[in-house]
Design a protein around this ligand. Structure first.
Ligand SMILES: Nc1ncnc2c1ncn2[C@@H]1O[C@H](COP(=O)(O)OP(=O)(O)O)[C@@H](O)[C@H]1O
Ligand SMILES: [Mg+2]
Length: 694
């Protein structure tokens, strides 16, 4: 650790000798856990995640369908020693070393590791805790042996301006995503944390290649970070000819990691990412350090390709302005906006610096401020005290909810597609909320709830996404899980213990209120978000209840129809036998009844009908088969009438089923006129420029 600077700079003042300042880089080096770098396995996962998310942001920013290629190469100790310039040393006396173990101890360890791995395979992939430390090779004392990995992520995005690269990647809290805009990155931290971790664990710098669209050279940098100064330290800088007209970035770091313990998380992350980013092509390769082609290498190496399933990107998120309710959360906001505004009048300031305030509303607000204010006053002339009054008014006034137009939600179509792919459920329901203001930021919640499916465990299977990032950790504390647990599922005819319930919740916002900086979960404390998530899940559950009720009614009807149909032949044979014997008799049944009981008839008789029926039985115009056919038709007719009546009760518009379509363009939906083919009772409307998905 370098000595810390003292406040007085060694002068004559007699300040507290303990007073020190820390650079942001030092702070994050000391508190890596809050950024998702708490141990080797998690750091490997987070490094991949940060690089991949930067890659997606970079491609989406210029409206290019992302192509992201990820390579994880295991680096042996010897390779690592060569990388850091040490001569490889062949051990002479193995027992001298910390990682020495006897054959017996080794066999025992391997057995234990295999067991842990099996447990992980069972539980790790579907967003649950993997459990245990994983099976990273450990030494005789049970401590994990260090493993090193070279991680390279290449994209086809916007690249970085040559001279900006050192600051972008070598200075903590620097980035281009700070505005009020929906992006995956936000803090200007992710890639620098990977670099700090690499510096701490392997001492190796980051290697960067980058080209902006249309640029005739490729920037190549090797750099690391001066942690004390929080400044980039460039080892090598070059411009090479861009012969292939490539644009994008390729970042590579060598870090300590634990593949065994976090492999399942990495793979689950990629799979879920492919679900919410179907317009991206993702390639992933893991190469173990075993000799290429060996059986061990074949077992461990992984190559995955998540193909692009949609050619249409959701509309790009747009930068927006603050919603006035942001003044509630941030006491300094009004002051900051007043000092930066280009507006010349107070009403112009309200109108231009915030969303949801039109000119007239702005004038009304200016009048409401009272004495000392006027709509035409210059924002620069607003005193601190007056600023506080404005802040107070904005915090207590009522404003309409912000529009979600600046956001780019995953879309019900993509979520449904994802659920179908991931769980293959029997039933599925989805809902997208209107935008709401959360701490002055627009926020949209989308949810899907599914029932049944292959390989799905009974109970809840919760999948969470924030700004289209899959969240895999801290599931128990997340608002989505809490809402799922709070809901009374029996109301929706769903058995929370035995039904296989899939819940997907995706939240997008210009500012996701993550707990901590490592973007792992969204807390349950924010009442507005909890309410919106709760509502979205309830909406889905109630759609499912409708389907369950319909299915139950259908089942009951089928059972009744089956029972009725079963007795049709017996009934018809019996009826026909009676009819036939009546036809064979000398007198008609009603005449026999008369003579039998002195004109007191047992039942009202249509004499003409009786005559006709017996006559037809005699001439074989009525047979048991004809009766049977008629009765079967009758059962069928009643069944259809009941089905129609039931569906009309359930749904006033008649039978309607949502079909999800993928529009060719990302524009707002427009519909073709309603189509009613023939007299089939079917009516549908197609989206303009839409196609049905398989
Ligand atoms: N693959 C990339 N392509 C283009 N620009 C990138 C890439 N990776 C990082 N950057 C730039 O570097 C900045 C810092 O990245 P990072 O440290 O991950 O913080 P954040 O993503 O939160 O802004 C980003 O804001 C972006 O401008
Ligand atoms: Mg980032």
């Amino acid at each position: 650790m370098p000595p810390k600077k003292t406040a007085g700079g060694g002068g004559t003042t007699t300040g507290d000798a303990n007073l020190k300042q820390k650079s942001p880089a030092e702070f994050f080096q000391d508190n890596k856990g809050i950024a998702g770098f708490e141990n080797a396995g998690k750091s490997l996962y987070t490094t991949l995640r940060e690089f991949i998310e930067n890659a997606l942001d970079a491609a989406e920013h210029i409206g290019v369908l992302p192509q992201v290629d990820v390579l994880v190469e295991e680096v042996t100790l010897t390779q690592y020693e060569t990388m850091i310039g040490l001569d490889a040393h062949v051990r002479k006396d193995d027992t001298l070393y910390d990682d020495f173990e006897t054959e017996k101890a080794k066999a025992k360890r391997l057995e234990k590791e295999a067991k842990v791995e099996m447990q992980q395979e069972k539980g790790g992939a579907k967003g649950k805790k993997g459990g245990g430390r994983g099976g990273n090779a450990s030494n005789a004392k049970g401590e994990e042996k260090k493993s090193y990995f070279k991680i390279t992520v290449k994209d086809n995005g916007k690249g970085m301006e040559h001279n900006d690269i050192p600051n972008m990647l070598g200075r903590v809290l620097s980035g281009t995503k700070y505005g009020v805009r929906q992006t995956r990155g936000k803090f200007g931290l992710g890639s620098k944390m990977a670099l700090i971790w690499s510096k701490q664990t392997t001492g190796l710098p980051i290697r960067v290649r980058s080209a902006q669209p249309g640029q005739n050279f490729v920037s190549e940098y090797v750099l690391d970070i001066d942690i004390e100064k929080n400044a980039p330290n460039v080892h090598k800088e070059e411009k090479k000819p861009n012969t292939t007209k490539w644009h994008g970035a390729e970042l590579s770091v060598t870090i300590e990691g634990n593949w065994t313990s976090h492999r399942q998380y990495v793979l689950a992350y990629l799979r879920q990412l492919a679900i919410v980013t179907p317009y991206a092509a993702l390639g992933f390769r893991y190469i173990s350090s075993h000799a290429a082609g060996s059986a061990a290498a074949r077992n461990q190496d992984i190559q995955l390709h998540f193909a692009r399933r949609a050619e249409v990107m959701p509309p790009l998120p747009r930068a927006t302005k603050y919603h006035p309710s942001a003044a509630k959360e941030n006491q300094l906001l009004v002051k900051e906006l007043l000092s930066n505004t280009r507006e010349k009048t107070l009403s112009g300031f309200f109108n231009k610096e915030f969303t949801c305030i039109n000119r007239e509303h702005a004038n009304r607000l200016a009048r409401e401020l009272g004495g000392g204010f006027s709509a035409s006053m210059h924002p620069k002339n607003v005193s601190d005290k007056q600023g506080a009054r404005i802040q107070q008014l904005l915090a207590s006034a009522r404003f309409s909810d912000p529009s979600g137009e600046c956001l780019s939600p995953a879309g019900e179509y993509n979520l449904r597609l994802g659920v179908m792919k991931e769980l293959g459920p029997d039933w599925i329901a989805s809902y997208a909320s209107p935008a709401l203001a959360c701490g002055g930021h627009p926020l949209i919640v989308e949810a899907c709830v599914s029932l049944g499916g292959r390989d799905v465990k009974p109970g809840f299977n919760v999948f969470r996404f924030a700004n289209r990032i899959p969240l895999l950790f801290e599931g128990g504390a997340d608002v989505a899980t809490r809402c799922v647990q709070r809901l009374n599922w029996t109301t929706y005819k769903i058995d929370k213990n035995n039904d296989k319930i899939g819940v997907f919740v995706s939240i997008v916002s210009t500012k996701i209120p993550f707990k901590g900086t490592s973007k792992e979960y969204i807390g349950d404390e924010n009442a507005e978000i909890a309410e919106a998530v709760d509502k979205a899940i309830k909406q889905c559950a109630s759609q499912l209840r409708g389907k369950i009720v319909r299915a139950q009614a259908l089942k009951d009807r089928r059972a009744r129809k089956k029972a009725l149909t079963k007795y049709v032949p017996d009934c018809c044979n019996a009826i026909f036998a009676m009819l036939a014997s009546a036809a064979d008799a000398d007198t008609l049944p009603n005449e026999r009844a008369e003579s039998y009981d002195e004109k007191e008839m047992l039942w009202p008789v249509d004499v003409e009908w009786e005559k006709e029926a017996t006559q037809k039985a005699r001439t074989r115009e009525i047979t048991a088969e004809i009766l049977q056919k008629r009765l079967e038709e009758c059962v069928e007719k009643i069944d259809n009438e009941e089905a129609l009546e039931f569906s009309m009760q359930q749904n006033k518009d008649g039978l309607k089923q949502d079909v999800f379509l993928n529009p060719f363009s990302s524009l707002a939906h427009e519909y073709e006129p309603e189509l009613r083919p023939g007299n089939s009772g079917i009516a549908f409307r197609l989206l303009k420029k839409a196609r049905l998905i398989a």
